[in-house]
Design a protein around this ligand. Structure first.
Ligand SMILES: NC(=O)c1ccc[n+]([C@@H]2O[C@H](COP(=O)([O-])OP(=O)(O)OC[C@H]3O[C@@H](n4cnc5c(N)ncnc54)[C@H](OP(=O)(O)O)[C@@H]3O)[C@@H](O)[C@H]2O)c1
Length: 303
């Protein structure tokens, strides 16, 4: 297939582009600003305009672009950028994709488990209603933004992605230093559930979503075994052979991160990947132990 990818320079996008190219697909990176060289075409999130000539005919698109949610505090300006780069930018991109002379057959578009808001111990799957809060609103608009593509007959898969784990980046890379220094600890009371997925599994989910005609609409991209923040903290500390006895109280998180603390660090989402399991998807790391074990056993990997 010839596959266009937005956000191809990112933590998930770079691994996805590499895996698809390795599989023999032709990957076209949709880049913001001027596209340099073959294998890239430009798009403008502010207008949705795509350089259709450089893009050429595509069979599929993967949309991963968006302002990083966890990279800094949530000032009003950053919240506006996070919102604008999700719902509105996705709607403009999808209108452009729908208007292409050779539109893709399938679009796999990122969304997030944040769509459920803060739900305590409730078991969540694709049939669960969205929740409340800034991230939930952003994710709803993000999924709704893909409607112009669906209306044009494109099969759209909205991947509700949990915390993506790989030591090379994302949340895990940020946690490694404090945990290695023995300064790790649960956040708040540590009872909040978090959906997580190994990056290599997420890449496999994206490849499956591109190929499997049964998948359409919201699909949870999380491992089958969600963990509480306390369990995650203990598993990471054990894997690094470090103590983790320094809990960070909720009020301190709120002082440090403001509103982001409640929605990103303390919110509870106990989500399970019902659709993927129904279709027989096989996770390489269904449980956290399976994710950490090979990682720290790898030769040359320092502890
Ligand atoms: N990583 C996670 O744990 C996680 C969890 C849930 C959901 N997700 C979602 O999955 C997608 C990929 O995640 P990721 O971790 O790979 O994110 P990332 O590393 O932050 O990469 C996102 C990419 O989006 C583009 N981008 C950055 N700012 C933008 C803006 N203001 N407007 C439009 N595009 C912008 C950039 O690519 P270019 O410079 O190439 O355009 C960037 O490399 C994101 O939408 C993210 O919200 C990720």
């Amino acid at each position: 297939m010839r596959i266009a990818i937005t956000g191809a320079s990112g933590f998930v996008g770079s691994a996805t582009a590499a895996a698809l190219a390795h599989e023999g697909h032709e990957v076209v990176r949709l880049v913001r600003g001027r596209a340099a060289g073959p294998g890239a075409a430009s798009w403008d999130p502010a207008t949705g305009a795509i350089d259709a000539a450089a893009l050429g005919p595509i069979d599929a698109a993967v949309h991963l672009a968006g302002e990083n949610v966890a990279a800094g505090g949530w000032s009003a300006r950053r919240r506006a950028a996070i919102h604008e780069s999700r719902g509105p930018a996705t709607a403009r991109l999808c209108a452009s994709l729908a208007g292409l002379p050779h539109r893709p057959r399938v679009l796999v578009s990122a969304s997030a488990t944040g769509i459920y808001g803060d739900r305590g111990d409730e078991l969540l799957d694709e049939r669960s209603a969205p929740g409340r809060g800034f991230l939930a609103e952003v994710a709803r608009a993000w999924e709704q933004g893909t409607e112009p593509a669906a209306a044009a007959g494109v099969r759209v898969v909205n991947l509700r992605i949990g915390m993506v784990l790989d030591p090379s980046g994302g949340a895990l890379a940020r946690l490694l230093l404090p945990f290695r220094l023995g300064l790790g600890g649960r956040l708040g009371r540590g009872r909040q559930w978090l959906g997580w997925i190994a990056r290599q599994d997420l890449v496999a989910v994206i490849r499956t979503a591109l190929a499997d005609e049964r998948l359409r609409g919201p699909v949870l991209a999380v491992a089958p075994e969600p963990v509480t923040n306390r369990e995650f903290t203990q598993a990471l500390a054990r894997a690094l052979r470090r103590p983790a006895w320094l809990p960070v109280p909720a009020f301190a998180l709120r002082l440090l991160f403001g509103r982001m603390a409640d929605e990103l660090l303390l919110a509870s989402q106990r989500a399970v990947p019902a659709r993927l399991l129904e279709t027989g998807f096989c996770f390489a790391a269904p449980a956290l132990g399976e994710f950490f074990a090979p990682l720290w056993r790898a030769p040359g990997r320092d502890r």
